[in-house]
Design a binder for this molecule. Structure first.
Ligand code: PEP
Ligand code: MN
Length: 323
């Protein structure tokens, strides 16, 4: 059961009155409202008794385990950019990792001239091998933000660990949680406390319900919005890096009315499939794309085989605009 409050009600007093009656309640707080979720193991209290508490507006039976996700608007705003149902498809692009000031500047120029609005680039990289390039940390965040500002772009970048959240939140408009961390609940809570929008990538092994619950963790901890990002799940066939699950993208977009974007780069793992998967994603209902590009893909320190050159990215964007 969810206990909703009248506007201006003293939430702390209502909480004391609920717990005083033997109810175990959890405070659900979003930017717009506060309500209480009565835990299953609470004692039975008559509904009329709860309704008599001063400040209680009503009771609702929760149909789902992720009420804050369900209540999220189908179109959210990130630094002035609308993402979701009815908004123009939003393009986010940039290198897998920020490698140098010159590399991210050149990437930003290519991203901006294509009409994309977000610059991506990792400062903290989740790498399967400990011997691979791990990212440049704080200096990379500075270069990323400065390059984005020079070209009027927004920034999306990943927080890999709870201690990265502060610096990432200081430099980014949208905090990325990577697929390997989708169920790192300590990280999700730390990201939530930054009270910023989150780009939540799907784990390679997560069901939709687990993904929605991960988003609920962010929202209940304070995130202002969650945008889902499908980047491919683990399939049985190694012909492509991951299996791009467009069925779930369509479900999220058309049935759950959630803002969802697709990362075709990590799904395909090869640059030549990025354009067709991008078009398929938008056709399925995705509200945007996260694409890896690199000024010189052959020299990329991570994910080079899937990076588009600036020219190929421009060609892709032209086909999206005209389709
Ligand atoms: C990335 O965006 O560079 C990345 C590491 O993505 P994922 O978490 O989807 O592997
Ligand atoms: Mn990458």
């Amino acid at each position: 059961v969810i206990v909703t409050l009248k506007s201006g009600a003293d939430a702390a007093r209502v909480q004391r009155e609920l717990t005083g009656r033997g109810l175990w309640v959890r405070k659900l707080e979003s930017a717009a409202s506060v309500c209480f979720w009565v835990e299953a193991h609470s004692v039975h209290v008559l509904e009329e008794q709860i309704l008599q508490i001063d400040g209680v507006a009503g009771l609702a039976v929760a149909q789902s385990a992720h009420p804050l996700v369900d209540a999220q608007s189908p179109v959210v705003e990130v630094a002035g950019v609308r993402i979701g149902a009815g908004a123009a498809a939003v393009l986010m692009a940039g290198p897998c990792a920020v490698e140098s000031e010159a590399q991210i500047e050149e990437s930003a120029k290519a991203v901006a001239s294509s009409g994309a609005v977000f610059l991506r680039g990792g400062a903290y990289k989740p790498r399967t091998s400990p011997y691979s390039f791990q990212g440049l940390g704080i200096p990379a965040l500075h270069w990323l933000r400065q390059a984005a500002d020079r070209h009027a772009l927004r920034v999306v970048t990943e927080a890999l660990a709870p201690e990265d959240v502060g610096p990432v939140a200081d430099h980014a408009d949208l905090i990325q949680v990577g697929s390997r961390n989708m169920q790192n609940f300590a990280l999700l809570q730390a990201v939530g406390r930054a009270r910023k929008p989150v780009l939540l990538k799907r784990s390679v092994g997560a069901t939709l319900e687990e993904w929605l619950l991960a988003a609920e963790h962010c929202l209940v901890s304070g995130s202002s919005a969650v945008i889902f990002c499908e980047r491919g799940i683990r399939g049985f066939d190694p012909s492509v890096r991951n299996f791009l699950d467009l069925s779930t993208v369509a479900l999220l977009s058309h049935v759950y009315h959630q803002p969802v974007i697709v990362d075709p780069s990590h799904a395909a793992g090869r640059f030549d499939l990025v354009a067709p998967l991008s078009r398929a994603a938008l056709a399925a209902g995705a509200h945007g794309l996260l694409v890896e590009i690199h000024p010189n893909p052959e020299s990329s320190l991570s994910d080079g085989p899937q990076a588009l050159s600036p020219e190929d990215f421009h060609a892709l964007v032209r086909t999206l605009r005209t389709s």
